[in-house]
Design a protein around this ligand. Sequence first.
Ligand SMILES: C[S@@+](CC[C@H](N)C(=O)[O-])C[C@H]1O[C@@H](n2cnc3c(N)ncnc32)[C@H](O)[C@@H]1O
Length: 217
Amino acid sequence: MTEPSFLAAVRKSYDTVAEDYAKLVPPRFATDPLGRGMLAAFAELVRADGGQPVADLGCGPGHVAAHLESLGVPVFGVDLSPKMVEIARRTYPNLRVEVGSMTALDLPDGELGGIVAWWSILHLPPEELPAVFAEFHRVLAPGGHVLVGFHVGDEHLRPERAYGHPVSYDTHLLLPDGVAELLNRAGLNVAARLIQEPGEGLKRQQACLLARKPERS
Ligand SMILES: C[S@@+](CC[C@H](N)C(=O)[O-])C[C@H]1O[C@@H](n2cnc3c(N)ncnc32)[C@H](O)[C@@H]1O
């Protein structure tokens, strides 16, 4: 099957920015207590439900997956960009990280205790989100948890440069109500939302939604 062109643009762009992204972004994550609070709640829920594996989809340089591992969650990373995967493996040699796309996961049905998509659904054309959330539902075990983070808005951005390099991806800001509706429609019941307001280094609102696949569908 021919790969959609947006995936090639995202892969090429993140391969280009990966080394500088890895220097700039993980230190910001280290000073985001609210986001890490949502990850802590997610980790506690996954552990309480038996600690099945968690996939960090669009894991970038691996810092979020490594953080989840430090919280006692068995986690592996998946990223579209081979360069990001190389950096994650180099930085966290004990972490399992694979090249792949959340649009077509190389995973069996019902295997995961959780999925984290931390600022990684933002390069999907919005019309792809229902199919991607259906894919999340497919690979999650009954009772499995999902945590998605994204920039809030209704704009479609076409940045020419990012992290000091030329890029060719599109970035789609998303509205929390819209994402919640799509998750619910995919059979992933939204249980909690965190909205962070702009300020203190945040240019725009950010949202984190926690959802769960029911025990019985
Ligand atoms: C903004 S970065 C976020 C990285 C990391 N989650 C973090 O919080 O720093 C977006 C990442 O998602 C990856 N990505 C984008 N679309 C993807 C897809 N369809 N499947 C897997 N990874 C994807 C990119 O390669 C990039 O590493």
